[in-house]
Design a protein around this ligand. Structure first.
Ligand code: GSH
Length: 396
């Protein structure tokens, strides 16, 4: 069984990603006084900051991509209100752009898209990314105009604190506790059913598979349970969540990547949704919560695989694209303050600046937040203030 967990063959790895053409970060060169050497770590300037000219390039590209996106959205599915592929995702992008630039036109657009979603909700799915919960939460979030609109529509809203930077809807603690309890109970039951109580006390499946990644799987669920806002009891964290995280940890391929599900042994996907770029967020949170070095080490190893294999042929999006992989470096940079990770953030952004020139696959919803261009713009917009970056609809 162990033998099967060998890493991917080169052919398999190459099939999904482009070889990373960028030299890695070199601390020695940055401290050198020679101008030529400093260029090597471009786009950092001599002081080790992201250079003004690179920031300018990013800003220009954001404008250019936004125009393309607006044009493209004219032919997008008018009924798709979702965060994942529809109008709520676009509203979230404009809220982010407003946050970064304070330009009122962005807020207005966010509001227009939110209004649109309120008219087309269909009550079929309750989930945040694909169902009604996402648009409702975004509709009820901070900006007063959005709140007012929701009130007019007869939707219940609770006023967020005045200075809130639109934390998504303030949900009362009782409701959070109920949801958290349901998640923990369901994980315990599945683990007992599968006789894994000792090894992995919280087990989940989706479409009959025990997925590992951030979007559909265990790493995403443990990540949410560790959020301070989830207020999970420390005993539950220690006795159920932590051993489950360690179980996932032991599923690591030799390459440093992670399988997409417990039953899948092929080492191919290096996406936020499947593989190291999603699992890294779980490790970073585990390090914050349990204060153990080993989790930070795991996160750093994830970052290596992502650096090697993260420039994806699938595209530039956040769910299974290069921008989503760049968020792994952003989050690790926020935690460690290591320049190396900010450098990698910039290199993945640089790749995204050449949007469409690498011969990548065109996503099914090419302009959407999770599959397409809106997600790439979102990622690029984080460069203005990396300390405040947050993977949309995931990191809090
Ligand atoms: N509909 C998506 C798009 O057009 O971007 C493609 C579907 C996709 O890539 N799904 C992700 C995946 O990893 C999971 S969310 N699929 C399996 C694979 O790439 O082998």
């Amino acid at each position: 069984k162990r033998l099967k967990l060998i890493s991917a063959t080169e052919a398999e790895m190459e099939e999904r990603s482009f070889p990373n053409p960028h030299p890695d970060w070199d601390q020695g060169l940055l401290t050198s006084t020679s101008g030529a050497d400093v260029d090597y770590n471009e786009p950092f300037d001599a002081e080790g900051k992201v250079s003004a000219s690179f920031q300018k390039k990013v800003q220009n590209k954001i404008k250019d991509l936004l125009q393309q996106m607006e044009e493209g959205l004219k032919t997008a599915d008018p009924h798709d209100f979702s965060t994942y592929t529809g109008w709520t995702g676009i509203a979230l992008l404009y809220l982010q752009l407003y946050r970064v630039s304070q330009e009122a036109s962005h807020l207005q657009r966010a509001l227009d898209y939110v209004k649109r979603t309120m008219r087309i909700l269909n009550g079929r799915k309750v989930t945040f990314l694909c169902g009604d919960a996402g648009p409702l939460a975004v509709g009820c979030s901070g900006p007063p105009q959005i709140e007012q609109h929701c009130r007019q529509q007869g939707l219940s809203v609770q006023a967020p604190p005045a200075a809130a930077r639109w934390e998504l809807t303030q949900v009362d603690e009782d409701t959070i506790t109920k949801v958290v309890t349901a998640i923990v109970e369901s994980g315990k039951n599945m683990s007992a059913e599968q006789k894994k109580t000792d090894r992995c006390p919280l087990l989940y499946e989706w479409h009959k598979k025990q997925y590992i990644g951030a979007a559909h799987g265990m790493a995403g669920i443990y990540y949410m349970l560790m959020q301070p806002g989830a207020k999970v009891h420390p005993d539950i964290l220690a006795e159920l969540v932590r051993p489950s995280i360690d179980y996932v940890r032991h599923k690591k391929f030799r390459s440093g990547n992670f399988p997409s599900s417990l039953s899948n042994e092929s080492d191919r996907l290096v996406h936020w949704c499947h593989g190291a770029p999603g699992v890294i967020h779980m490790f970073i949170m585990a390090h914050k919560v349990f204060k153990e070095e080993k989790y930070l080490k795991e996160a750093a190893e994830c970052a290596e695989v992502i650096w090697q294999r993260g420039l994806l042929r699938k595209g530039y999006g956040i769910c299974h694209g290069t921008a989503g992989n760049g968020y792994a470096f952003l989050t690790l940079y926020k935690l460690t303050q290591e320049k190396k990770y900010l450098y990698r953030v910039c290199k993945f952004a640089e790749w995204c600046l050449a949007y469409g020139t690498h011969g990548c696959r065109i996503p099914d919803r090419p302009y959407s937040l999770f599959e397409g261009m809106a997600g790439t713009i979102y990622y690029l917009s984080e460069l203005a203030n990396p300390e405040a970056s947050c993977f949309p609809a995931f990191e809090l």
